[in-house]
Write a new protein. Structure first.
Length: 263
């Protein structure tokens, strides 16, 4: 079982070693910005690493929106990140499900997702799996609750699409964690990655505020149960830097009976 953390992008392999992580996720550009990722000088080292790599796309990406000035650059930025993820040998690129604005038709948002995959296919494909992540908030989200997720998969399920399940987002978004993996897999057929986070916000609060696994409002045993059921690699996106994340990773390894990577 692969367990790791979201880390600073400067030297992800050093960050992995500091946490005894065999998996890391990081950004390839400013997560709040629109700049395309630059080629990395350490690409060869990253490709050769034993550590599994995941790229998190910027938060500004929203391929679902009806706003052209956001949607069109979002498509390009997502494709740019997928290409850059391919260049470093990453296992996938994670992108949030996005949303439409108040008053806009969510059906158009789902179709915009379909067009995103069609656009990528016309441009040579994404190169790495795109893992759509569930989100915590908003009333017009494509991947907050499972009813919307089912409609999203109706629109894009013919393409090769992966899914990243975030436990904080699910809980704060209003989905009970008990039995969630089965309900998700009934829609998506797969879970490629689990973001194992506790939640500072209450159930259905809509708040995207991650906490360490032993803190927060979620019973940590439920997070462990989700991971066990998903059978997918795990990334913690929790606070507390090296010490906080290493403790979360140790907790999960202990609970799951998983081995640490050889030093
Ligand atoms: Zn996440």
């Amino acid at each position: 079982m692969r367990i790791g953390a979201h880390v600073d992008s400067t030297d992800p392999l050093a960050e992995a070693a500091a946490r005894s992580a065999d998996t890391v996720q990081f950004f390839l550009s400013d997560p709040q910005g629109w700049k395309a990722p630059k080629p990395r000088e350490d690409a060869e080292r990253l490709r050769a690493a034993e550590v599994d790599l995941y790229v998190h796309a910027p938060y500004v990406i929203n391929v679902a929106t009806l706003n052209n000035r956001i949607r069109i650059p979002s498509r390009k930025l997502l494709l740019g990140h997928a290409n850059a993820a391919t260049a470093i040998g990453a296992k996938g690129v994670i992108v949030h499900g996005g949303h439409v604005n108040a008053g806009d038709d969510l059906a158009v948002g789902f179709d915009n997702w379909r067009k995103t995959f069609a656009y990528a296919a016309d441009s040579g494909g994404f190169g790495v799996p795109v893992l759509i992540e569930n989100t915590a908030g908003g009333d017009n989200a494509c991947a907050r609750r499972l009813d919307a997720l089912a409609r999203l998969w109706d629109a894009i399920g013919d393409y090769e699409v992966g899914f990243c399940l975030d436990t904080c987002h699910a809980y704060a978004g209003g989905e009970e964690l008990l039995g969630l993996v089965d309900r998700v897999k009934a829609i998506t057929g797969r879970i490629d990655l689990v973001h194992a986070n506790n939640s500072k916000g209450a159930f259905n609060s809509g708040q995207d505020r991650h906490d360490n696994l032993g803190g927060g409002t979620i019973d940590p045993e439920l997070v462990v149960a989700v991971i066990r059921a998903a059978g997918a690699p795990v990334v913690v996106e929790t606070p507390g830097g090296v010490a906080g994340q290493a403790a979360d990773i140790d907790f999960l390894r202990e609970q799951l009976g998983a081995e640490s990577p050889a030093a």
